[in-house]
Ligand binder design. Sequence first.
Ligand code: GLY
Length: 423
Amino acid sequence: MLKGFDVGGAGAVPGASVPDAIEPISDREAAEALDRAVGQVAMNLPLYGEKCQNHSSVAGVYPPCGNDQWTTGFWPGEIWLAWERSGDPEFRRAGERYVESFSDRIRLKIAVDHHDMGFLYSPSCVSAWKLTGNETARAAAILAARQLLARFQERGAFFQAWGPMGDPENYRFIIDCLMNLPLLYWASSETGEAAFADKADRHAATCLAHSFRFDHSTFHTFFMDRETGKGLRGETCQGFRADSAWARGQAWAIYGLALAYGRKPDPSALELFDGVTRYYLARLPDDLVPYWDLSFNPAAVRGQGPYGPDSSGEPRDSSSASIAACGLLEIADRLEEGATGSGGSPFADSCRETARRMLGSLSRRYATRAPGPGKGHLLHGTYSKKSPYNACTEEGVDESLAWGDYFYMEALTRLAVKWVPYW
Ligand code: GLY
């Protein structure tokens, strides 16, 4: 039997405690926060028209962009969530316009030579198909799933994340890809073609074997041997260091494992979810929103090392918290579905309570208070921050982030209704 999480005590880090545990968000607060977000989406609709929303805000406002980034599915995802909440036909019309854009993108193969087909097509098109039966959306999402399938590397059994196929500099997968797999499972059940699900299962097994360290922290990226298919080494791109835990990567793992558990409710997946989530929660500062890397942890905040470098001046990543909250709510739903008798599951209750505390902090301390054209819902996200040890290009530091906003709305929606996931 899994024990619940002790958010108020951050027990896994010796010497650290969280003095002011954040109150869980109430149903009323969550509904008001969701309605504010829907209002912001409505305000932004005319601004983007046929364009998409940039991956991050710039000085607090999202510039428009073409449909050529890995992140453009999140804005239509927000529009579909806004439609689910409000029933306003303006949102549905906008969502349908984006279906056309995403259909063009995959047919014309515009910027789709990477693994992020799930991030692009689950919130923009699987959503439209599930909600309205839009056939163009269904066809586009199946094409996107085929595109992802073509990135499977037999030697090593994984989906290559980035770059030309087989390129030695890019013979690796990344933890984020767990969130791209649901598109393949969906495509398998839509088409009856087992290859989608088989390859997704094989990638998941490779990821589970290599991305998770013994202490339940995660590697961001993992290289495989091109000749033997064996695991080589973990590296980071957006984390602080190769051996640290990038806060968003750990959150992708939390949500990815919750979705994997929903597909195959295997006790070992639940144990792994528990360990990975505990690692994350134990390294949150008092307000339950992580620094951009978990090595900047509460012990370090209080000068108690040796857990990591001093966090002073380091930005948070609010998007990581919104993703983790969705993972906690997803696993709670799956556990409750599986529970027999009327007792429910204490572990599910603890997951729900933890998610509510995180959302309490996000909505009270991180959400935009003054709506305005082009603004997002959550402040203080970090897309990519340069460190002396990583190779990323710095962008979107201490800004709103497209996926942070989307998962914040998704989490609030999950509190408001029994939501059918787009994933
Ligand atoms: N999936 C890339 C990122 O989270 O930045």
